[in-house]
Design a protein around this ligand. Structure first.
Ligand code: AMP
Length: 283
């Protein structure tokens, strides 16, 4: 595996394989790689001929009050893990390679970017995500790009950009990888103390409780949400939101008469955690 830091070097490395008709897979990450990220790399390895992992902690998607400075960074470890999982190229650009002096363009997605994460973190969060993903897709020109269902709203925003701007890439969204107790893997789990780590499973318990309520016949979204809130209260974790939404538009649903996404966010100590699950319509 080679590490490249400039767009020119990335394109030079991919020009030959592209000319030979080999397919390119891109896995965009902010590093601090864990098994969730590596599942995307392995999937890209299985699907495509040349696997590019990008490693870029994107300042544009962090609000000034968020954890940009504290975000875990360990490129040497990430490089080793990415290579073992099958990456051919690690693209690790410095900030000014992505945002050169005078940078003044933003990709803003309406609609799906507005509720939940967009409302909590502010519009600039998904502006930053949409802009950097558009740039990474233009830099690497992959045939397929891989994202995690863990960040379901982000994946929906990316699908929207790709459709709306006619970007020539297929987007694959891969299942959430979890710790043995159910906690969704996240680079931010590193912030948790032992006590907080034990309580962090509250988000997964909420999703399980929502599913159980629907399996028992509950169809009213507010009642399902209230059933989901109970295990969070028991672990003293206050949701920022706990919402039943349409999986494409992310608008709230009133009743479980179709596939519904249960999405939850909560702060546990210094970590802001998110998780979600799809509840299939009972047929
Ligand atoms: P991040 O480095 O957090 O920006 O994540 C990079 C990619 O990995 C995104 O597409 C995430 O959705 C995905 N990802 C993060 N955590 C997980 C997980 N636990 N399971 C599957 N994919 C994940």
């Amino acid at each position: 595996m080679r590490t490249v830091r400039s767009v020119a070097d990335l394109r030079a490395a991919l020009a030959g394989p592209r000319r030979d008709g080999r397919t390119i897979g891109l896995v965009p990450t902010m590093g601090a790689l864990h098994q969730g990220h590596l599942s995307l790399v392995r999937r890209a390895r299985a699907d495509t001929d040349v696997v590019v992992v990008s490693l870029f902690v994107n300042p544009a998607q962090f609000a000034p009050t968020e954890d940009l400075a504290a975000y875990p960074r360990d490129e040497a470890r990430d490089a080793e893990l990415a290579e073992k999982a099958g990456a051919d190229l690690l693209f690790a650009p410095p900030v000014d390679e992505v945002y050169p002096p005078g940078f003044a363009t933003t990709v803003r997605v309406g609609g799906v970017s507005e509720p939940l994460e967009g409302a909590q973190r502010g519009a600039s969060h998904f502006d930053g995500v949409a802009t950097v993903v558009t740039k990474l897709l233009n830099m690497a020109g992959p045939d397929v790009a891989y994202f995690g269902q863990k960040d379901a709203q982000q994946a929906a925003v990316v699908r929207r950009v790709v459709r709306d701007l006619d970007l020539p890439v297929r987007i694959e969204v891969c299942p959430t990888v979890r710790e043995p107790d159910g906690l969704a893997m996240s680079s931010r789990n590193a912030y948790l103390t032992a006590d907080e780590r034990a309580r962090a499973v509250a988000l997964k318990h909420a999703l399980d409780a929502a599913r159980a309520a629907v399996e028992q016949g509950e169809r009213d979204a507010a009642a399902v949400a209230s059933a989901a809130a109970a295990p969070m209260r028991a672990l003293d974790v206050e949701p920022e939101y706990l919402a039943l939404v349409d999986p494409e538009s992310f608008l709230p649903v009133d009743s479980i008469d179709r596939d519904v996404l249960v999405a939850v966010a909560a702060r546990v100590g210094k970590a802001r955690l998110i998780d979600n699950a799809t509840i299939r319509r009972a047929r």
